[in-house]
Design a protein around this ligand. Sequence first.
Ligand code: PMP
Length: 395
Amino acid sequence: MPHLASNLNNHFNERLSELGPSKIRAFDQKVSTIPGIIKLTIGEPDLNTPDHIKQAAVDDILANDSHYAPQSGKPELRQAVSSYLKRSLDLNYDPNSEICISVGATGALNDVFMSILNPGDKIIVPTPVWALYFQLIKVTGAIPVQVDTSKDGFILTPEHLQKVIDQQGPIKAIILTDPSNPTGRVYSKQQLLGLSQVIEKNNLISVSDEIYGELVYGNNKHHSLSQFIPDRNILISGLSKAYAMTGWRLGYIAGPQEVMKNIIKMNAFLVTSVTDNVQAAAIEALNNGHEDPIKARSIYADRLEFMKTGLEKIGFEMSTPQGAFYIFAKIPDQFGNDDETFANELAKKARVGVTPGRYFGTGGQGYVRMSYASSKENLKESLRRITNFVENLNN
Ligand code: PMP
C-alpha cells in the first residue's frame, strides 16, 4: 500500500510546487511507448565510456578509496581540470582556490545559481535554450529573462543584449550556453568579445555553460567568455558529453577566487563531495584521455554531415549546426508554427521521435530538435522515414 500524505498540502516548498516536470522528458516518455520508434529526442551520447576510464574507477574502488573527498574535489582532479583549461583554452585557474568539482554540469549549475541569485534577481537567458535552467533559476526565487535569438540565427548579439538590459534592468547575471543545446550554434571569438564588453559595461556576472565545448565541428572552434572576462565569468563544464559519461555525474566550475569561495561553500552544503571513484575516473579521463573527445568528435561530425545533407535535400531549413549533437530544424510549411503537432504526427505516422522546439523557450516555435547522438543505422533509417513522411505531405 502506498503511503498517502494527508493534510500536508501546505508543507512543501512553494516555489517547487509551481514548477512542472520537464516537458522534454514527458514528450520523450510519451513517444517511447510507440512500438519500433527511433528516438532522436535524447540529449545523451550513445557511445560507451572508454575502457581506461572505467578501469580507473574499478582500481580506485579496489584500493579502498571510499572516504569523504575534500569538499571542492580531490586535489589531483582540480589540478587536472586546471591543466585541461590551460591547454584547451589558455585559461589560468588556481586549482586550490578557483575550481570546484560537482555532480554533473547540473550540480554545478545548482551550486552557481544558489550562490549568486537572490529572490527577485533577474538573469538573462538567451533562448531557445536547455530548459532546465528555468527550473533551477526559479527555484531560487530569481527571474529568468528570456531573450529570443531566433531572428539573429540563434546568436545573442551585443546590441540585443544591451537593448534588453536597457528595457528590463536592473539585471544581475546572464547565462550563455556555448555550444548550444538545442540549436548547435557556436559563438565566434569576435561574438564573445562583443558580448563580454556589454557584460562588463553593465557590471553583470556571467555564467558560461560549456558542457559541449569539446564537440565543435568543421572549421569552428570553441572559445570561452573566460578568455575575455575571467574576473566576472563562471565557467561550467564536465565530462558527460565529450567522454560519454552522463551517468557518472561529474561536472566542474572554474571562476574568480572571490566568487568561488561562495560556490565551494554551497557545493559543500549541497553534496559534501563527489563520489571518490567517479573523481578517480575523471582524473584518468582528463590526464590520459586526450584522444577520447577527438574520437567522439569525428563520429558526431560524420553523423551531422549525413543528417544535415539528408534533411536539407528534402527541404528542411536550419541555422548551420556547428557543435553539440543537435540539429534545430524548421518544420515543413504545412504545419505553420505548430511544432508540437508536427512532432506528434512524425512520431505516430513515421515512428521518429523529435522534440518540439517550443519546449526550449521563446523563439523555438516552428522548430524541432533532432539529436544525432544515435547510431548511424538509426540515423539512416530515421532519415528514410522522415523523407517518406515529408514526401507524403507534398502528395
Ligand atoms: N547543460 C546543457 C546545455 C545540457 O544540454 C546538459 C545535458 N543535457 C547539461 C548541462 C547537464 O549535463 P550533466 O549531465 O553533466 O549534468
